[in-house]
Design a protein around this ligand. Structure first.
Ligand code: NIG
Ligand code: FE
Length: 415
């Protein structure tokens, strides 16, 4: 994608600024223009700001969108999803609604293992088809970059199949895809009771194969009591780091076992979930520059207390928010719900939430120098809202505000 586009008559242009993740109080400091224009050439933002700053002559024959006073924000970056899965687990949703805990279902062989069975059974073309549908939904919600994890194969062939599906989709969909290898998502039945042996297999065989295949950029692990402990997680992440992967962790989601501290120790790009992370480990993450990614839709779905995102910002963390779209703990990709929950239940301002879903999401993917803000030199990934102000993103609870999604200067969705 690479288009030319002039957007005029923007009633409110709001964006974080910079080429790295934003920390602490700076998350709330957006650049805001009332009455603005944006000029994109060859997919890259050439100018953003007040109309007076633009040379009228040089833009005469560009395609134009008149925003008619609407608000414009950067394309959303959903930096944590498991979108390339097959099958559903709607019956588990009902069991949880009736009070059965997520980990109890996991222990009984449900949960991730059910999705593993469905994903192993799926053809590559099935995964591509279902993934493509989800990506179109994302575009309609203003998501222009998404991260997607493997982890529903738990064997060589299916882990690579999930990554391959994402590789195919990257060529087919306007949404930019950042694939992550997550072989250690759960112990498969073949290794029942032998979690460390499975981890050996992943480190020795699957991780190198994923590397050679060249699609996955990050390596992730479900570092959790009863899934993969600190020691297995550490040696896996060290091996991944030595192979050149960026590191991510599902850390301290259900029990506090120190995953957040491990992320800081290893210089991970992000640690995610963090519902039970200790204040001390959060401080270490802030110091180490590890992006703290909170996943409000998961806490909502599991009826767990939300992560202390406010405390993380106040501790100087780079905070990102993401959907965690997956068939179990968060079967949702609702950006509008994230805005509402962050504002109403997590103590974030609308400005902080916007930063968390754009520039800081980009930082969680190592892309903050290229996407995540509306600034000269960045990709022309933009979202036009059917509202005069970014406040509507939270205020109009759970409702999609997106009227147009623009990817590298091309309109890829119109509401
Ligand atoms: O991020 N926490 C671990 N993994 C996913 C859930 C996966 C599943 O239940 O299928 C998550 O919540
Ligand atoms: Fe997840």
């Amino acid at each position: 994608m690479a288009g030319d586009l002039l957007i005029t008559n923007i009633g409110e242009l709001a964006t974080p600024q910079g080429s790295a993740g934003v920390r602490g109080k700076d998350m709330g400091r957006l650049a805001v223009w009332k009455d603005a224009v944006v000029l994109i050439r060859d997919g890259i933002i050439e100018y953003a700001g007040s109309p007076e700053g633009l040379d009228g002559e040089s833009v005469a024959d560009l395609p134009v969108i008149n925003a008619q006073g609407r608000a414009l924000v950067p394309g959303f970056v959903d930096s944590h999803t498991h979108f390339a899965f097959a099958g559903y687990r709607d019956e588990e949703f009902q069991w949880r609604a009736e009070g059965l805990p997520y980990m109890e279902i996991h222990r009984r062989g449900g949960g991730i293992r059910r999705s593993m069975e469905a994903t192993r059974a799926a053809e590559l073309s099935d995964l591509v088809a279902v993934g493509e549908k989800r990506l179109w939904t994302m575009l309609g919600l203003g998501v222009t970059t998404v991260e997607g994890k493997s982890g529903y194969g738990l064997d060589m062939a299916t882990e690579l199949k999930q990554l391959e599906a994402m590789g195919i989709l990257a060529d087919r969909s306007p949404v930019s895809i950042v694939p992550t290898f997550m072989g250690p998502h759960s112990t498969p039945p073949e290794y029942e009771g032998r979690t460390s042996d499975y981890m050996d297999f992943v480190i020795r065989e699957v991780l190198p194969a994923a590397r050679i295949q060249g699609i996955a950029q990050f390596a992730d692990v479900f570092c959790e009591k009863g899934v993969f402990g600190i020691e297995d997680s550490r040696r896996y992440l060290q091996a991944a780091k030595a192979m050149g992967f960026g590191l991510k962790l599902h850390a301290d989601e259900i029990e506090r076992i120190g995953g957040a501290g491990l992320a800081a120790e290893l210089g991970a790009t992000s640690a995610d979930h963090l519902l039970k992370a200790s204040a001390e480990d959060i401080g270490r993450m802030a110091e180490a520059g590890v992006v703290a990614t909170c996943l409000p839709l998961t806490a909502f779905t599991l009826r767990e207390p939300y992560a202390d995102a406010r405390g993380m910002i106040d501790s100087g963390c780079i905070l990102a928010l993401a959907s965690d779209l997956n068939p179990g703990s968060s079967y949702s990709q609702s950006i509008p719900m994230i805005f509402a929950i962050a504002s109403l239940y997590m103590g974030l301002t609308i400005e902080e939430t916007l930063t968390a879903l754009t520039l800081n999401g980009a930082a969680a993917l190592g892309l903050a120098d290229r996407i995540g803000s509306i600034e000269e030199g960045k990709a022309g990934d933009l979202v036009l809202l059917d509202a005069p102000s970014i406040r509507f993103l939270a205020y109009n609870v759970g409702m999609n505000q997106v009227v147009a999604t623009i990817k590298e200067g091309e309109v890829v969705y119109r509401g």
